[in-house]
Ligand binder design. Structure first.
Ligand SMILES: [Fe+2]
Length: 197
């Protein structure tokens, strides 16, 4: 295990979660659908907790959460860009369009977040001693929530787009109804959507 790069992963993970709080806060200004609003409120609360979890993990590993790295700056830049995208959509004054931009922004943010946590899980399995213990504890706490954030929002994004195209949408999306927590489950839910129309 390359310790420096594991540290980099954790700095990026923290920055992703911090950006996630901003992304969800802005997305909640864009949301129109009441069920989705409830989902995103829950995800915002969980993401705020993930910030704390990464900070606690860093403390256990003796890392300073304020440490700046070039990679972390890139993650911050992407988060800020997603927030700006939603603000642009809000300014255009079309609520349904802004909601779509928000949903897409969350999918982009959560794709990175999901990757981070997957890698933290992989590292936890290979690391030793206190590092493994700290990573494992954090990973176990967030894993299921990260799966939901990504796969359920992907479902929402697809169905809301379908609705705006004037076609019949499955709302809430099958990913949410079937409580999907895996990529295979998400593929199955998407495949089964026509049966739910
Ligand atoms: Fe997260």
């Amino acid at each position: 295990m390359k310790k420096e790069q594991l540290n980099e992963l954790l700095y990026q993970a923290l920055e992703t979660e911090l950006g996630g709080v901003q992304v969800y806060t802005t997305a909640l200004r864009c949301v129109v659908n009441d069920d989705l609003k409830e989902e995103w409120e829950k995800y915002l609360e969980q993401t705020t907790n993930h910030v704390q979890i990464v900070q606690d993990t860093m403390a256990k590993l003796g890392l300073d959460p304020e440490t700046e790295t070039p990679g972390r700056k890139v993650v911050r830049h992407i988060g800020e860009s997603l927030v700006k995208s939603m603000e642009m959509a809000l300014e255009s004054g079309e609520p349904e369009a802004a909601q779509l931009v928000a949903a897409e922004s969350i999918v982009m943010a959560e794709t990175k977040d999901h990757l981070n946590w997957h890698l933290i899980g992989e590292a936890a399995a290979k690391a030793g001693g206190d590092t493994a213990k700290a990573l494992k504890e954090a990973h176990e706490e967030v894993e299921d929530e990260e799966d939901e954030h990504l796969y359920h929002t992907m479902g929402w994004t697809r169905e809301l787009w379908i609705e705006t195209l004037g076609m019949k949408a499955v709302l809430p999306p099958p990913e949410e109804v079937k409580e999907v927590k895996t990529a295979i489950g998400a593929a199955r839910a998407q495949h089964a959507r026509t049966d739910m129309l």
